[in-house]
Design a protein around this ligand. Sequence first.
Ligand code: ZN
Length: 212
Amino acid sequence: MAPGVTGNEKKFRALVEDFVTTTADLGGTIDPEVVATELHERIRAIAVQLGVTEATVLRNYMPDDWGRDMARQTYRQIQERDAHIDAEPDQELPLHAVGRLIAALGQAQLYYTVNDGANDPTCRFNAKEASEAVTGLGLALTSPPADSLMVTVGGNILAWTQSALSVFRDNLQQQHWTSCPCGEDCGQQQRDAAVLRAVRDDLTLLPETTLA
Ligand SMILES: [Zn+2]
C-alpha cells in the first residue's frame, strides 16, 4: 500500500478500501495502490489550496463515503464513455492510412513498455484498448472491397486509436516518455522529436468525426 496520510492512517485506508470494494461490487477491478496514490494526490492538492495540513484535509474535508461515491462516479463515467464509443459510426479509410495507424500504435506500445507505463499510476495510456485497436485495424485490412483502396473500420476501433495516439502524443510532447530512458545523451531526444512529428501527422489521418 502506498503511504497514507500521517495521523489518520485508519480513515485513509478505509476510504481506499471502500473505493476498491464498491468497484468490485460494480463488476470492476482496481489496484488499491492506484486508488491510494490518487487519493493522496487529491488530499495534497486540497491542502495546498487551503493552506492546511494533509491530516486536517483528511479529517475535515474528506467525507466518510468518499470511496463509495467516487467509485460509483468513476464507474458511471466509464459506462458513458463506452456507450459513446459504441455509438461512433464506422468510417471508410484509405488502405495506407490504416497501415500507418497500425505502425503508430506499435510505436505507442513500444514506448509504453520502455517507459514502464504499466507501473505508472498517472499513465493514461490504455494498453488494452490500444491492442484492440491494432487488432481491429489489422482485421479491416483483410477484407477490403474488391478494386477499392478504401477499407471500412469500426467506429469503436477508430475511437480507441484516437485515444491511444493522443495520449502517446501528449506523453512525447511533455517528454514524459522517451525511446531510451538511459539518462545519457544517446540521441533519444532527436528520435523522440521525430516520432512526435510522425504521430501528429498520423492523428490527422483519422476522420474528423472521431472523438477523443
Ligand atoms: Zn539511451
